[in-house]
Every structure is written in structure tokens, then in C-alpha cells.
Design a protein. Structure first.
Length: 258
């Protein structure tokens, strides 16, 4: 209520995605004088880190990169991050293979529900909840991961998608805006987790995981290059320039109307 009341005081708005701008207009009390979208710029120099450097960086957190690779999720425990959904997909994935890749979940400490799911999956898969990593160590994890799974229900922007792609990591995320805005044609998509028949959703998503993991090296390299190209759109300097131009345009319009 406090935030919505604050909207009524504003005349000019900048949103971090087209989806956020559409949501904003839904809650506004009147049509804004100005509204536009400026995508976030990455606030850390995420980059593809050479394997040796990534291994050294992660060893400082007492983490060893598995030779076979690993699956990755980065996010907090907010409901819309759907971390339970990540575990449901992983459970379906490990049920179809004798040698599943481990799953690293970087972010907040697990909820009770997540811990229970881990216990249920533990006999066939390996799940590691990792908290307190530095941005550099997260960069190393993105660079070393085989796939980043990000089945978010809602986002304002979707930082981990851009971060992963900037590190050359393939991304599997939800096929709805703003995830599709950030991922573009460089990410793979699955439907939003439904309220019912979750097992079918998780099984279908796990098949997508398999298809990405089994891509040829040539296709993986092409996917990596696509990701790097897409991530370049979220350049911090570019974002700041767009904000500056926007502010100047609004100030100029205000002066002309006086």
C-alpha cells in the first residue's frame, strides 16, 4: 500500500523491463506523463573465467568443481524464485540417469521444505546449498557450470540470467517475460510451474535439461557466443547513458511546458 501510494506522487517512470513497465501501468492511478524501459546493467564484471582460475577461486570457498560438471541455480528464497521448482526438476532429472550431475544452489540458506526435498532426493543425487560466496566466486561458478536452471515464476528483471550468459553458461528459464526479455534467443525455455500436475512439468523440464547437456561441442560453443552477445546488451555504462539521456529529456520537456 505504501509503494502504491508513492506511485501517485510520480509523473515520470523508468522500469527495468517491459514486463515491469506493464505491471506498473496496471497499478498506477492515472496515465504517467513519461514511462520507458531501461534494462539493468550488470553491476559486476561477469566474464567467462578460465577453468584453472575458476577452480582456484572456488577452492578458496572449499569447493571443488566436479570433473563431470554440475547444474547451478542462483537466487534467494522469495516465493517467485521457485527454488522448490528447481529441486523438483532435479528430482525428475536424477530419476532418469545413473550418473546425475550434482546441483549447486547458491543463495540463501534452504527453507525447511527445500531441506526435506533434499533428503528425499539424497539417495540418487547430490545437492549443495551454498551461501556467502563473493561475486567473484559466483562468477567462477557460472563459468564452470554445465547449465544454470532458473524456473522463476515472476521477476522484475532476472539478474542471474544475464550474469550466467555473461560467463558463457547455458541458461534454462521460464518462457515468460521478463525472463524472455533478458534471455532473448540465447536461452532455453520451459513453461511456468503450474499449480497442479507438477510432476509432469518437472519431468518435461528435466528432458530439456538432458537435451541441453547432450548438445554437441559445436552447438554448445554457438550457444555460448549467443549468450555473450545477449549479455552485452546489459552493459552498465550503456544503462547509465540511457538514464542520463532520459533525465535530460524529461527536464527539457518540463522547461518547455513552463
Amino acid at each position: 500500500r505504501f509503494i502504491r501510494n508513492g506511485f501517485s506522487k510520480g509523473k515520470n517512470f523508468v522500469s527495468v523491463s517491459n514486463k515491469t513497465e506493464a505491471d506498473l501501468k496496471h497499478f498506477l492511478f492515472k496515465e504517467p506523463e513519461f514511462s520507458s524501459t531501461i534494462y539493468n546493467g550488470l553491476n559486476f564484471p561477469f566474464r567467462p573465467m578460465p577453468s584453472t582460475e575458476a577452480a582456484i577461486c572456488l577452492s578458496e570457498a572449499e569447493l571443488k568443481i566436479p570433473n563431470s560438471g554440475f547444474l547451478l541455480h542462483v537466487g534467494g528464497n522469495q516465493w517467485y524464485k521457485n527454488r522448490v521448482g528447481v529441486l523438483e526438476i532435479y528430482e525428475a532429472y536424477v530419476g532418469q540417469t545413473e550418473n546425475p550431475l550434482p546441483l549447486w544452489m547458491i543463495g540463501a540458506a534452504p527453507t525447511e521444505q527445500m531441506s526435506e526435498l533434499k533428503t528425499r532426493i539424497a539417495s540418487s543425487g547430490q545437492i549443495y546449498f551454498l551461501s556467502g560466496l563473493s561475486d567473484l566466486q559466483v562468477c567462477a561458478a557460472y563459468s564452470a557450470a554445465s547449465l544454470m536452471i532458473f524456473p522463476s515464476l515472476e521477476e522484475g528483471f532476472g539478474w542471474p540470467i544475464a550474469e550466467a550468459m555473461a560467463c558463457g553458461c547455458p541458461v534454462l528459464t521460464t518462457g515468460q517475460a521478463p525472463m524472455t526479455e533478458v534471455g532473448g534467443n540465447a536461452a532455453y525455455y520451459i513453461p511456468r510451474r503450474p499449480a497442479d500436475d507438477v510432476k509432469t512439468w518437472a519431468l518435461d523440464a528435466s528432458k530439456k535439461v538432458f537435451s541441453i547437456l547432450t548438445l554437441s561441442e559445436e552447438k554448445k560453443q554457438k550457444l555460448k557466443l549467443k549468450g555473450l552477445e545477449q549479455a552485452a546488451k546489459f552493459d552498465a555504462v550503456k544503462t547509465l547513458d540511457e538514464y542520463e539521456h532520459t533525465y535530460q529529456a524529461i527536464i527539457k520537456t518540463g522547461k518547455e511546458s513552463q
